[in-house]
Structures are given as structure tokens and as C-alpha cells.
Design a protein around this ligand. Structure first.
Ligand code: NDP
Length: 314
């Protein structure tokens, strides 16, 4: 039974069941009651927490003051052409997610750096083969996008001893990372890198940013790692660069269409490792506290914990 002290919050996510968020939010604030878009209480609710709501859903909610992305990215909200441009939008910034992404990127790099596949294959033949060791400082990793997540990733990779370049819109100071900006910085990062790691948000400027020209600009033998967004990669151009032998391989967590369709050539490409968009998953356990704080701020007409500049696109 709804109580008059209940705070109705609209919940819509294709990612996690409502009950999971309900449980973790109620541990901190028992007044929160999550309701679906079709619940009558949605018509009076002031805040929505969401991952990938249907286009038009936000504009149709008469009392909505703000929307909170249950992710660090907000392209799933800003892509909606009917999104009211004056609505408050917030997102998560969760150190757990930065840590998860750093683990995933280091795993992808270190599997290549330590010849993991070749040793595993040799072991199937009981072959005690030894390859030449590689020195991390001889290898360059370019991290494209060094914000909340990418900045942490770049720092962790630098701590492994790799030479690290970072690309962003504005200049950064991150220990062990050379900061580059602009189109020249983009080209320099691609040209220098043995590993190109992309953690960029999807915006008008970054859509299709990895096309044939970008892949050709990468060093011969470079390895491409994408955990930003799939729509940043022209997948046919990536496959061509791999098939030509220009790139040595790719590790991909995000795709133009998700889930990746069963017939998609990336599933079976022998130089590609496919992950199902799990490199840095949202956890209500670590994020609930800031979600509650943002909900309360938005209801009070204040900015959420991590506000999003809609005009900037991320
Ligand atoms: P931030 O907004 O904190 O950082 C974004 C970075 O990209 C900033 O350094 C920003 O530059 C840079 N950037 C944006 N646009 C440009 C541009 N046109 N040219 C150069 N640099 C640019 O985002 P997060 O680090 O929190 O997240 C990044 C993205 O990672 C998310 O938007 C999402 O797409 C993806 N992600 C993927 C996950 C997964 O599981 N695969 C999980 C979580 C996030 P500046 O600092 O100067 O503004």
C-alpha cells in the first residue's frame, strides 16, 4: 500500500530489474518507491532514474523536474529528439566503475603484452616455448577520453610502466600521462600508439570517429580497444583494417547494435575479442548513495550530484 510519505520515482531500465534498485535505495531511504512508466503515480513523479528510456517517454511526463542516468554515459538520454532541452539531467560518476574499467583495459592490454593466447595455444601442444620478454616502457598506450573513467584508466596503465598519452577536449594534468587535445592531438595519439584505448562519450563530434582514415593513421600492428560507445566505430572499416593486417587485433565491449546480432562478422573474427558491454557495469550497491542524493537535489530544484551539460552532449 502506498503511504503518503512515499516518494515516487519513475524507474525504467533495460539493464537491471526494478526490484534490485528498490532494495538498495530503500536501505538508505525507505520512502523511495519506484514506479514504472505506465504506473499512474508516474504522472505526478518529479524524478526519473533510467537507462535507455523509450524516445518520447520523458517529454510525456508532466511533472518531471529531472532525469538521472543510471550509467556514466548519457547518450541514451540526449539522443531522444523530444527531450526537453531545459530539463535537469544527471549522471553517475562512481569510482567502482572507473576501477572496473581500469581492470578490463589492463586485462585487454596485458593479454596481448604477455602473449597470453600464444602461450595458451602452446600449452595445448605441451610445448615449453618461451617468447622474448617485452618492456612496458617500450610501448605506448593512447587513452582517448580521459575524463572520470578514462583518466583513471590512463593513470593505472601508466602505473604498469607503459608510456601513456591521453586525448581530451581540454588539457589535463594526470600523473604519468601526456595530455593532448584537438585534431592534431587525436592524430598524434593514433600514430604513436601500440594500444589505442577509447573511453569517449558518444556525441556529434565522436560519432564514427574511428573510420578508415583513423584506422589507417594508426601504427601498423596497433591493437584497438573500445569501451566507449559502438557508434564511434565504423565496424566495416575496422574489419577491413584487421583483414589487411594493418591492425593486430581488437577488443570490443560496445557495438553499433547491442546485443551484437548473431550473424555479425565481429563474433567470429579471429582477431577480435567480443565482450557484452560489461567492462564497467553500474552497481546499485556502490551507486545508491549518490542516486538518493541526486533525487533529493532535483526534487529541491537543485543540481544533481553529477550534472550534465546538455548542450555539450556529455
Ligand atoms: P567524462 O565525461 O567524465 O569524460 C569524457 C572524456 O572524453 C573527457 O576527457 C572529455 O574531454 C573527452 N571528450 C569528450 N568529447 C571529446 C571530443 N570531442 N574531443 C576530445 N575529447 C573529448 O565521461 P566518463 O569518463 O564518465 O565516461 C566516458 C564514456 O565511457 C561514457 O560516456 C560512456 O560512453 C562510456 N562508458 C562505457 C561503459 C561500458 O561498460 N562500456 C561504462 C561506463 C562508461 P574533457 O575532459 O576536456 O571534457
Amino acid at each position: 500500500m502506498p503511504d503518503q510519505t512515499d516518494i515516487h520515482i519513475i524507474y525504467h531500465s533495460s539493464d537491471a530489474p526494478m526490484s534490485k534498485w528498490q532494495e538498495w535505495l530503500n536501505r538508505l531511504d525507505p520512502r523511495i518507491r519506484l514506479v514504472g512508466l505506465d504506473d499512474p503515480a508516474a504522472q505526478t513523479a518529479e524524478v526519473m532514474i533510467t537507462w535507455s528510456p523509450p524516445y518520447g517517454a520523458i517529454a510525456a511526463l508532466p511533472h518531471l523536474k529531472g532525469v538521472l542516468s543510471l550509467a556514466q554515459g548519457v547518450d541514451h538520454l540526449l539522443d531522444d529528439p523530444s527531450l526537453p532541452r531545459d530539463i535537469t539531467v544527471g549522471r553517475l560518476i562512481d569510482p567502482f566503475m572507473s576501477q572496473s574499467m581500469a581492470e578490463w583495459v589492463m586485462l585487454a592490454i596485458l593479454k596481448q603484452h604477455r602473449d597470453e593466447a600464444a602461450y595458451a595455444e602452446a600449452a595445448t601442444r605441451k610445448d615449453w616455448v618461451c617468447f622474448e620478454p617485452r618492456i612496458p616502457a617500450d610501448y605506448t598506450v593512447s587513452v582517448m577520453g580521459i575524463g572520470a573513467i578514462g583518466g583513471h584508466v590512463a593513470e593505472k596503465v601508466a602505473n604498469l610502466g607503459f608510456n601513456v598519452l591521453g586525448w581530451s577536449r581540454t588539457e589535463k594534468t594526470i600523473s604519468g600521462v601526456t595530455s593532448l587535445t584537438g585534431t592534431d592531438g587525436f592524430a598524434h595519439c593514433l600514430r604513436q600508439a601500440d594500444y589505442v584505448v577509447s573511453v569517449l562519450p558518444l556525441t556529434d563530434d565522436t560519432r564514427d570517429i574511428y573510420d578508415a582514415a583513423a584506422f589507417q593513421n594508426m601504427k601498423s600492428g596497433a591493437y584497438f580497444i573500445n569501451c566507449g560507445r559502438g557508434l564511434q566505430v565504423v565496424e566495416d572499416d575496422l574489419i577491413a583494417a584487421l583483414d589487411q593486417g594493418h591492425l593486430s587485433g581488437a577488443c570490443l565491449d560496445v557495438f553499433r547494435t547491442e546485443p551484437l546480432p548473431a550473424e555479425h562478422p565481429l563474433w567470429v573474427h579471429d582477431k577480435v575479442t567480443v565482450w557484452p558491454h560489461v567492462s564497467a557495469q553500474t552497481s546499485p550497491i556502490t551507486a545508491a548513495k549518490q542516486v538518493i542524493a541526486s533525487i533529493m537535489a532535483i526534487r529541491d530544484g537543485k543540481p544533481p550530484v553529477n550534472p550534465v551539460d546538455i548542450s555539450r552532449g556529455y
